[in-house]
Design a protein around this ligand. Structure first.
Ligand SMILES: Cc1cc2nc3c(=O)[nH]c(=O)nc-3n(C[C@H](O)[C@H](O)[C@H](O)COP(=O)(O)O)c2cc1C
Length: 352
């Protein structure tokens, strides 16, 4: 007897994204996107850690459509789901960052652009708010022209990445053959893309320096401890961005899902708190909101969506995760992500 093929029941577009992206991205670049550092323990447990969070939903509260609009450092957004800074976007799609900016704008989402970007600031297009991610080099002043260019082009905050005194080893990606890959779009906003990029001596004083030199609020990205979060705020940070760099820096660093709660509790109302790492569904965003994040950012999924369908793909990714968030907020009995901490189950194991 011939068996009928299984019916096409559609499935979740987001679940097919990575496999579809892999088919169109150069193998060396794919390895660079996906890899974690060293033994890849941290990257491997990021998404699973969000599924440890448990909710105690509220009922009989006259469900309304949840309101996902918010402001991030004063910038209005339609959703608390934004785009994390990632380098190499023109290796993934010819329009690179321009497509990402356009997709984020169409979804009403905030976009953070890597300073290792392949598009000149003044060619980004778009009118929505965007933030510049920066690393600081040993000679801080070398970064000033890049910062000034971004400010002139409309960046409305600086995201200072502090977990990268130098890049952690990524054995899989480092072993790839990069011959034939055009690197001319690498760090195009720098006069000399080869200058020493890393500052092992970075300290909290650099937060005030960056704020004073740019006139913009500074978000500190790469914080995994409450004591560090408080040091950053004392030094003038406007927001704390909990991140382990997608498992690409210190391997076996704790998951962001397990670090977030303590940090958000310690920070309280003194600064905004964001998180990234392994967030793949609206339920993950609900978990992050319940643990105290005001916004979440997506790294690799944006690159996958960019590879598969450019700006349209990025818009669809952000819109679908946001729609999932609205759905699960309603099921949890929450009218907005800000109410999510009220449905966090006491049994949730998120201690370090
Ligand atoms: C290919 C790639 C490039 C990245 N480049 C940067 C970067 O230039 N600056 C930075 O602060 N973080 C960078 N990150 C880290 C992301 O901002 C983010 O922390 C991480 O990807 C979030 O985890 P997720 O990919 O699981 O969503 C990069 C991550 C990837 C995967």
């Amino acid at each position: 007897m011939d068996l009928e093929p299984p019916p096409d029941v559609g499935g979740r577009w987001l679940d097919s994204l990575a496999a579809r992206a892999q088919r169109v991205v150069h193998p060396a670049v794919w390895s660079y996107l996906e890899s974690g550092s060293y033994g890849e323990v941290t990257v491997g447990e990021a998404t699973r850690a969000w599924s440890e969070v448990r909710f105690r939903p509220r009922v009989l509260r006259g469900a309304t459509t949840p309101d996902l609009r918010t402001t991030l450092l004063g910038n209005p957004v339609a959703s608390p789901v934004g785009v994390a800074p990632t380098a190499m976007q023109r290796a993934i799609h010819p329009l690179g960052e321009r497509a990402t900016v356009a997709g984020a704008e169409a979804a009403g989402a905030l976009c953070v652009l890597s300073s290792n970007c392949g598009t000149r600031w003044d060619e980004l297009g778009g009118t929505s708010p965007w933030w510049l991610q920066a690393y600081l080099p040993s000679r801080r002043e070398l970064m000033l022209p890049v910062l000034e260019g971004a400010v002139a082009a409309g960046a409305s905050a600086i995201v200072l990445t502090v977990d990268t005194p130098f890049p952690g080893s990524k054995y899989a990606a480092d072993a790839e053959d990069w011959t034939g890959i055009d690197l001319s779009w690498w760090r195009v906003n720098f006069a000399d893309p080869e200058f020493d990029r890393w500052a092992p001596d970075l300290g909290v004083d650099d937060i005030g320096w960056l704020r004073d030199r740019t006139g913009l609020p500074v978000v500190v990205k790469g914080v995994l401890r409450a004591d560090d979060a408080l040091r950053c705020i004392d030094a003038g940070a406007a927001a704390i961005y909990v991140s382990n760099h997608g498992g690409r820096q210190l391997d076996r660093a704790v998951s962001t899902a397990s670090a977030l709660r303590d940090i958000a509790a310690a920070v309280g109302e003194r600064a905004e708190v964001y998180v990234d790492g392994g967030i793949r569904t609206g339920v993950d965003v609900l978990a992050a909101s319940a643990l105290g994040a005001q916004a979440v950012f997506l790294g690799r999924p944006v690159l996958h969506a960019l590879a598969v369908d450019g700006a349209t793909g990025v818009e669809r990714l952000l819109t679908e995760i946001t729609a999932e968030l609205a759905e699960v907020l309603a099921l949890a009995g929450c009218a907005s992500p800000g109410e999510a901490p009220e449905v966090l189950a006491a049994s949730t194991r998120t201690a370090l």
